[in-house]
Design a protein around this ligand. Structure first.
Ligand code: ZN
Length: 345
């Protein structure tokens, strides 16, 4: 089968590549339909590694996927061939201590698509555990199904924040994840979400949603904008989604006394944190690494119409043009939020 293979840093190939694997009793075989390009896929392409995950051998990219079930293992009861589904890409060891605690996202044994040495899903067929394969309601498209994965991070962040109805939140960083976090926070009960970034075109896209206000930090310091919009009190929740050192340092200034900070963005290198700033307001600090137990909620919100992610899908590109799609993603065009690859019929 053809697959989009990262041969080594900077070198992609669309070539025959068989991912080893057999259909075990609790697995399903899925014909992939749509796969979103993630910042992590692009980072592996351009840098050959993320932290201590290094691409040492050819690896199939892609982890944000929807598809159709084409075969079920003998013990699969809740899915059948023909079901439209999306797939959760991180598979923990079900017997691990982390899995038993319900925090399987931080299971040291987790195997996550397109994270070395695990292959991803940019190939026409994949085998996946049924327990991590979710049926899509009829009114959720394949394109939206492939958005569940990045939206799941927003869901995890919103759940960690323990949002109260009517909260005001700030999101620093309007990349795809910042946008997902902002929309999950709104769906979670925030009255208003202020999104701050440097890129005006990205801010314009997210400003199209009711309940979102934007700040271009080239024009106005984010602390000033937040103070003005909260009567000097600060935001109930601050979601840091940029991973940028100045944003991390400035977090306590944005929060109200007793408020919450959720760390979502991942700095490439260690960055300083204003501990006294956190203490002086008794801020609660939460961290997010991927997600656990949020897919059902994410899909339910999308099906209810409370969250519409379609405006964030910038383009759909055929599988045959995957390499060009990745090169476009590397350019990080300011108007692109999410590029998706559509597999052949
Ligand atoms: Zn992703």
């Amino acid at each position: 089968m053809k697959a989009l293979v990262l041969e080594e840093k900077g070198k992609l190939a669309l070539r025959e590549f068989d991912i080893p694997g057999e259909l075990r009793p609790r697995d399903v075989r899925i014909k992939t339909h749509t796969v979103g390009i993630c910042g992590s896929d692009v980072h592996y392409y351009t840098h050959g590694k993320i932290g201590h995950f290094v691409v040492n051998e050819p690896m199939v990219l892609g982890h944000e996927a929807s598809g159709i079930v084409i075969e079920c293992g003998a013990e699969v009861t809740d899915l059948k061939p023909g079901d439209r589904v999306c797939m959760e890409p991180g598979i923990p060891d079900p017997d691990s201590r982390a899995s038993k605690l319900g925090i399987y996202n931080v299971d040291p044994a987790v195997r996550f698509w397109a994270t070395p040495p695990v292959h991803g899903c940019l190939t026409p067929e994949v085998i996946h555990p049924a327990a991590f394969t979710y049926k899509l309601p009829d009114n959720v498209s394949f394109a939206e199904g492939a958005m569940v994965e990045p939206f799941a991070i927003g869901m995890q962040a919103a759940l960690r924040a323990r949002i109260q109805p009517g909260d005001v939140a700030v999101v620093t960083g309007a990349g795809p994840i910042g946008m997902m976090v902002a929309l999950a926070a709104l769906a979670g009960g925030c009255a208003k979400v202020i999104v701050a970034d440097l890129a005006q075109q990205k801010l314009d896209i997210i400003a199209g949603y009711d309940g979102i206000e934007v700040v271009n930090i080239r024009e106005t310091p984010v602390a000033e904008a937040v103070a003005k919009r909260t009567g000097g009190w600060g935001a109930d929740v601050v979601f840091e989604c940029s991973g940028a050192a100045p944003a991390v340092l400035g977090m306590p200034q944005l929060a109200r006394p007793g408020g919450t900070i959720v760390l979502v963005g991942m700095p490439v290198d260690p960055v300083p944190v204003d501990i006294v700033g956190l203490q002086a307001k008794e801020l609660r600090l939460e961290t997010v690494f991927r997600y656990a137990n949020v897919y059902d909620r994410a899909i339910a919100l999308m099906a209810s119409g409370k969250v519409d992610l379609t405006p964030l899908i910038s383009d759909s590109i055929p599988f045959a043009d995957s390499i060009a799609a990745f090169d476009r993603a590397v350019e990080a065009r300011e108007t692109d939020v999410k590029l998706q690859i559509v597999m052949p019929e």
